[in-house]
Design a protein around this ligand. Structure first.
Ligand SMILES: *[C@@H]1O[C@H](CO)[C@@H](O)[C@H](O)[C@H]1NC(C)=O
Ligand SMILES: *[C@@H]1O[C@H](CO)[C@@H](O)[C@H](O)[C@H]1NC(C)=O
Ligand SMILES: *[C@@H]1O[C@H](CO)[C@@H](O)[C@H](O)[C@H]1NC(C)=O
Ligand SMILES: *[C@@H]1O[C@H](CO)[C@@H](O)[C@H](O)[C@H]1NC(C)=O
Ligand SMILES: *[C@@H]1O[C@H](CO)[C@@H](O)[C@H](O)[C@H]1NC(C)=O
Length: 277
């Protein structure tokens, strides 16, 4: 059961091979009110019902490849599918998977908007929806995911501005990847004020515009890599932009309309710098 369907020429790379062994629609819970495990089952079925799933990967009663559960509570803790065409929108019901810590669905032809309900996944640490066709804006509700440490929505068709409060409560965030979308407007000046653990920022190849705030990176002492290239950023590179980022190794800012020159003090502050482009 739940063998990965092999389809000539189509790479199928299920990441987690743990199978959901604990769900059972047949168990009688009629005496008790709907418990969390029932809610999870309903959410998975709603998720599946929105998707075309031409390879039939989500066949059967949620004993799918890519679903992991906690052994004791029988709650879904991870949903991880990569390179499998699911083809369709993400169900808002996914917001009911209240024990989910990993949502990792990449290169799966997901369409439509990101449901704001995902902001209810308060245990989520890893959000990765790279390489789909998701559109519209990034819901501000994702700013409620206070345990997030990895945030990737790269290579989609997301547009609109980055909400100024998107990261203000994500104190544990270490990596954010939004490259390859159509995001526009200024990078909010206070975006990274409360993300002291941030190591990687990748916002390249969007339509971000306007000046870079002089204090944008001031709180990022652990920052190692930042990529802002291929946007419409303009104005000067603020002279002290990198004055408090001693861990920085790589800076990518080409293909913008920035003026002026690389701040002369850059090399004094950045002893680990290897690449600037
Ligand atoms: C919750 O429901 C599931 C399936 O209906 C059942 O197996 C499990 O024992 C129930 N758990 C609790 C704590 O009631
Ligand atoms: C998410 O999926 C990618 C690629 O399929 C995999 O390399 C990565 O380990 C997964 N991450 C988690 C936290 O499951
Ligand atoms: C789960 O989420 C959906 C949509 O967000 C909602 O309509 C539904 O009532 C929720 N609860 C359960 C127990 O499925
Ligand atoms: C999934 O998306 C890719 C790239 O956009 C496309 O080439 C492919 O035909 C799509 N597959 C399905 C089943 O829609
Ligand atoms: C996120 O938090 C805000 C403010 O507390 C709240 O209004 C909103 O409903 C929350 N969103 C979700 C999806 O839980």
């Amino acid at each position: 059961m739940a063998n990965a369907p092999s389809f000539a020429g189509i790479p199928i790379i299920p990441v987690l091979l743990l199978l959901l062994s604990t769900f059972s629609v047949s168990s009688s819970s009629s005496s008790s009110p709907a418990n969390g495990s029932d809610t999870d089952l309903a959410a998975l079925l709603a998720f599946k019902s929105q998707l075309a799933d031409p390879l039939g990967v989500l066949a059967g009663n949620c004993r799918w490849i890519g679903v992991s559960c906690s052994p004791c509570r029988h709650r879904v803790t991870a949903l991880s599918l990569s390179g499998i065409p699911l083809v369709g929108p993400l169900s808002p019901h996914l917001g009911n998977l209240s024990f989910l810590s990993v949502l990792n669905i990449t290169y799966a032809n997901l369409t439509g908007s990101i449901p704001p309900e995902l902001g209810r996944l308060h245990r989520l640490r890893h959000l990765r929806l790279k390489g789909n066709c998701l559109s519209n804006d990034i819901p501000a509700d994702l700013g409620n995911l206070t345990r997030l440490d990895f945030f990737s929505l790269s290579l989609n068709q997301l547009s609109g501005q980055i909400h100024p409060q998107l990261l203000l409560r994500l104190h544990n965030l270490r990596e954010i990847y939004l490259y390859g979308n159509y995001l526009s407007g200024q990078i909010p000046p206070n975006l990274f004020n409360n993300t002291p653990s941030m190591c990687y920022i990748s916002f390249d190849n969007n339509r971000l515009s306007g000046p870079i705030s002089p204090n944008l990176l001031f709180h990022l002492q652990k920052l190692e890599i930042i990529s802002l290239s291929g946007n419409d950023l303009s104005g000067q590179i603020p002279p002290y932009l990198f004055s408090n980022t001693p861990s920085l190794r790589e800076i990518y800012i080409s293909a913008n309309t920035l003026s002026g020159h690389i701040p002369p003090n850059l090399l004094i502050h950045l002893q680990k710098l290897e690449i600037i482009s």
